[in-house]
Structures are given as structure tokens and as C-alpha cells.
Design a protein around this ligand. Structure first.
Ligand code: SIN
Length: 342
């Protein structure tokens, strides 16, 4: 498996270099050859919050190390899609990834799926109480169980629902095949609405929508727009029903192979890049929504309070039903943070 991953990496790397989408080591720093090359793979476009964070991180690290540390960013699942990026990280075929929090359950960390509970967060401040608090630190520490090191969280934003019809009431979802990430909580949310969840990799979603393999999906607008899903979905309903965020992870072996000063430099640059992405996330989603309105391909629906509250009501059983999956202790800790925000 390791050989297959590495072979596929070098083939795709060559293609990326030929296409000019890959930054070669040392580029921009004369002929300085980097001592360390950090490969950062992700699945979304460069104009999304994650794409911006990765690119900002690269600039900061290369500037501050005067090119001694090179960061190669591979966006758009160029190297690995979300089914294999975590495995590639564990095998050391890449050094950093930033999967959505919904994708950690699949590698034995179901507690991360607490972020997927529908209508849990009213705003990003509520999310930060977890990601910037003790509970967030505990979640990151748990990555050790998989040979990984968690370096931080950051936002994309709130998810919206799309299909070839408006999705305003629970009855609108009945019988629809909805593409979901590999999260049991999100699957349960779709079932509670009467839809059939279909788990697919992000990079396959647009094609599956175009071919009619699935009827609809959910994502923040920046992902919807940059994947051109508006070309194959006639309606986007602004439900804000769930949160999409990320954790940046590296491999323990890679992290321990670095000297302290380099570890600090990389970590500091990353924290700044994540703060930048958090500031930009809302703007990127607003921009994408404005672009979508302008494109005129997709009808955009704003829900009334009553419609939103009926959706909320329909998915209410998910929390109780998925407590065992997430873990009762995690659910209790979550409740404490949500009820006592101090
Ligand atoms: C991502 O933003 O990384 C992808 C989200 C998805 O798979 O829907």
C-alpha cells in the first residue's frame, strides 16, 4: 500500500509540475535548496478558507526560514482525495493535511463528529468556545492514538443545502439522495429529514450531482461555488443548519524529526495562517454567494424562522441517537461548554 501511495504521488507530482500548479522546492529563493520540504495536501480550491490558509502558511514559513523550509501545497485533491489523504499522512507520503472535522470519525475518532450535530451552533463564537478551549485541546490530543499531532482548528463556516428544488421544509427532502461526508452524524441528519445519505469523496461530488448519482448536497457556499456545483444544482437553500471546520494535522514522525526552532517556526506560522483564515472565512463565503447571485444559474432561498425551526425540530432526535457514537463523556463535556460559556 505504501509503495502504491508513493508511486501515485510521484506520478501526480510530475503532472502537477508539468501543469505549473506545483511550487518547486526553493522557488522564489534563488538557487537555495531547502533543507526541509513539507508537503501539504488538501481537497478544496485555492480561493476557499482552507486554500487561503494553506497558501498563507507557505508564504510565512518560506519567508521566515529564508527558503530553508519549503512548503509544497497540493490543492483540489491533486495528490490525495479525502478517502486516502489521512492514510497518506499516516504513511508519511505527505506531511500535513487539514481534513474537515467530519472526516475523523472514520479513522477511529468519532468524538470529532460532535461538530456535525445539526443546529448545534448559533454562530462562530459558539464554535470557538470549543475549538479555542480545553475541549478543543482534548480533541486534538486524542489524535496521538492514530500517530498524528493536531496543530489547530479553523473555520470554513455554516453549511447550506442544495438540490434541484428548494429545501425549505422536512417534506422537501423526502426520497432525495443527498451526498454527505463520511460522518455518521451527518448521515443520521439526512435520514431524520427523510433523505437517503450517500457518502462520497468531496472531489467526486460535482460529477455525481451532474450524473444524477445524487440529487443534492450540503456545504458552505465557498465550496459550492468553487467546485462549480451551481452549474448542476438549480436551488440553494440558506439553511445554516450545520458547521464545517477543519483540524490541521501532521504525522508524529515528521514532527519529531524537526528541531525545536523549526517546529516553533512552523507552528507559529500555522497559527497565524489559521487566524487569517478565520478572519477571511465569512468574507469568502459572502463573496461566493455574491458571485452565485450574479451567475444567475441557481435560485437562492432564504428560510423563514418558522421553516428553519421545523427543520431543527425534524433533526432533534439525532443528538440523542448519536450520543453513543460520539461518546457520552464527550457529549457531557460539550453540553457543559454550551450551557456555561465562561
Ligand atoms: C472540505 O471543505 O475540505 C470538503 C468538505 C466536504 O467534503 O464536503
Amino acid at each position: 500500500m505504501k509503495l502504491a501511495l508513493i508511486a501515485s504521488r510521484s506520478r501526480r507530482q510530475c503532472l502537477a509540475a508539468l501543469a505549473g500548479t506545483m511550487t518547486l522546492p526553493g522557488a522564489g529563493w534563488g538557487n537555495t535548496r531547502p533543507d526541509i520540504t513539507l508537503r501539504f495536501s488538501h481537497v478544496v480550491a485555492e480561493e476557499t478558507p482552507k486554500g487561503l490558509a494553506a497558501n498563507r502558511f507557505k508564504v510565512l514559513v518560506e519567508q521566515r526560514s529564508s527558503g530553508r523550509i519549503s512548503v509544497q501545497v497540493y490543492p483540489n485533491a491533486q495528490l490525495y482525495g479525502d478517502l486516502d489523504e489521512m492514510q497518506a499522512l499516516q504513511l508519511g507520503a505527505v506531511d500535513m493535511v487539514a481534513p474537515s472535522l467530519s472526516k475523523f470519525g472514520r479513522i477511529g475518532l468519532p468524538e470529532f463528529e460532535l461538530f456535525d450535530l445539526p443546529f448545534l451552533f448559533d454562530n462562530l463564537e459558539a464554535v470557538r468556545r470549543i475549538t479555542h478551549g480545553a475541549l478543543g485541546q482534548k480533541l486534538l490530543a486524542g489524535l496521538q492514538r492514530q500517530g498524528l499531532v493536531g496543530l489547530g482548528f479553523f473555520d470554513n463556516g455554516f453549511k447550506q443545502m442544495s438540490a434541484n428544488r428548494p429545501l425549505l421544509e422536512p417534506k422537501d427532502f423526502i426520497g432525495l439522495r443527498m451526498r454527505v461526508q463520511a460522518s455518521r452524524v451527518i448521515a443520521a441528519q439526512m435520514r431524520a429529514l427523510g433523505a437517503r445519505p450517500v457518502t462520497l469523496a468531496f472531489s467526486e461530488t460535482r460529477r455525481a450531482l451532474a450524473n444524477g448519482v445524487v440529487d443534492g448536497t450540503e456545504n458552505p457556499v465557498s465550496n459550492f461555488w468553487t467546485q462549480n456545483m451551481h452549474e448542476v444544482q438549480s436551488d440553494l437553500s440558506l439553511t445554516d443548519h450545520g458547521y464545517l471546520g477543519y483540524a490541521v494535522v501532521t504525522n508524529q514522525r515528521f514532527w519529531q524529526s524537526l528541531g525545536n526552532p523549526d517546529r516553533e517556526l512552523i507552528n507559529q506560522a500555522l497559527q497565524e495562517a489559521l487566524a487569517f483564515a478565520n478572519q477571511m472565512a465569512d468574507t469568502q463565503n459572502d463573496r461566493a454567494l455574491a458571485a452565485l447571485r450574479q451567475a444567475g444559474t441557481t435560485r437562492i432561498h432564504t428560510l423563514t424562522d418558522a421553516q428553519r425551526s421545523r427543520l431543527r425540530q425534524a433533526v432533534q432526535p439525532v443528538q440523542k441517537a448519536l450520543t453513543q457514537r460520539i461518546g457520552p463523556r464527550w457529549m457531557k463535556a460539550l453540553e457543559e461548554v454550551m450551557v456555561n460559556p465562561s
